[in-house]
Structure formats: structure tokens, C-alpha cells
Ligand binder design. Structure first.
Ligand SMILES: [Fe+2]
Length: 162
């Protein structure tokens, strides 16, 4: 925290993007309630870190670790983005484009042969750990499970961050 504050202070006149591995916000109810140890997806002192970032005018935070497709949430004045993993279904990455005022993004699928995609999805559906309490092994639960990880409505977007 001392290091972070020193760096933020030194650069506060610039546009600062903070890139973390673990998130500073939860992404699912299970992340709050520690379903399957999902509390580990976001850091213990997230509130303190967010407070420090807000103090120095940070508007953009990007994290990973959660293995869900890109989406964002605004907490206080900060836009928190989550970016997907290339290693687990839905095997994606995100291209961001930034200007001094705007951020746009587009999520891309990893280029892989259809059999790799089929196997990744099959393994994902067979997995129990990645499922939230609302992702039961029923057709409806599977649909919810896929929608949470794929997030088909947020594969492209643009926002004014400044
Ligand atoms: Fe990780």
C-alpha cells in the first residue's frame, strides 16, 4: 500500500490505468459468499485499495483471474474491467483501444480448431468447481452457467472514462 501510494502520488497528473491479477471487486454472488472458496478471486483489502485509487483519481482498473468474459462495473468513480482467460472456456482475449477520454473494447475468441472448442466446452460443462450456486446441472442451470462465463452481451463496448 505504501509503494502503491507513492507511485500514484508521483503520477497523479497523468491518466493512470491499474492492472491487477486478482480483482478489486466481486463479480458473482458466490465471490461475496465464498462459494467454493471464490472469495479468493478478489483481494482481502480491496476496499482499502479502491479508496487509495479513488484518492488519486484513477478511473480504470483491469484484472483477470476470474476467467469470465469481459465486462465492467463502476464502483465509486472507477471502472473495473475483468478480462477473460485464454486457457479455459470460453478461451478469449480482449483488445482495448484508448484515447485520452474514451475506452473501447472487443473480445476475440482464441483461434483454435473446432475440436479444441468442443473439448473445452465439454470439460467446462463437466466441471463442478467453476459452477456458482445458481449454475445447477440442469438445462436451465447450464444456460445460466454458460451465460455468466460467456457474457454474450458485453463482447464489444465503449465508454467515456474521463
Ligand atoms: Fe489466476
Amino acid at each position: 500500500m505504501r509503494w502503491l501510494e507513492a507511485v500514484l502520488k508521483k503520477n497523479q497528473k497523468k491518466t493512470i490505468m491499474v492492472i491487477t491479477h486478482h480483482s478489486l471487486v466481486p463479480w458473482h454472488d458466490g465471490d461475496m459468499k465464498n462459494h467454493n472458496y471464490w472469495r479468493w478471486f478478489w483481494i482481502d483489502n480491496a476496499g482499502d485499495v479502491r479508496g487509495l485509487l479513488k484518492k488519486y483519481g484513477v478511473r480504470l482498473v483491469f484484472s483477470g483471474h476470474r476467467h469470465i468474459s469481459t465486462r465492467y462495473q463502476q464502483v465509486d468513480d472507477i471502472f473495473h474491467f475483468i478480462t477473460p482467460a485464454i486457457s479455459t472456456y470460453p478461451m478469449r482475449y480482449t483488445l482495448y483501444e484508448m484515447t485520452p477520454k474514451e475506452l473501447s473494447w472487443e473480445v476475440k475468441d482464441v483461434p483454435a480448431p473446432p475440436e479444441v472448442w468442443d473439448l473445452a466446452k465439454k470439460n467446462f460443462l463437466a466441471n463442478k468447481w467453476w459452477r456458482g450456486p445458481d449454475h445447477t446441472e440442469t438445462p436451465e442451470g447450464n444456460q445460466k452457467y454458460l451465460e455468466f462465463y460467456e457474457s454474450p452481451t458485453t463482447t464489444k463496448g465503449k465508454l467515456i472514462y474521463k
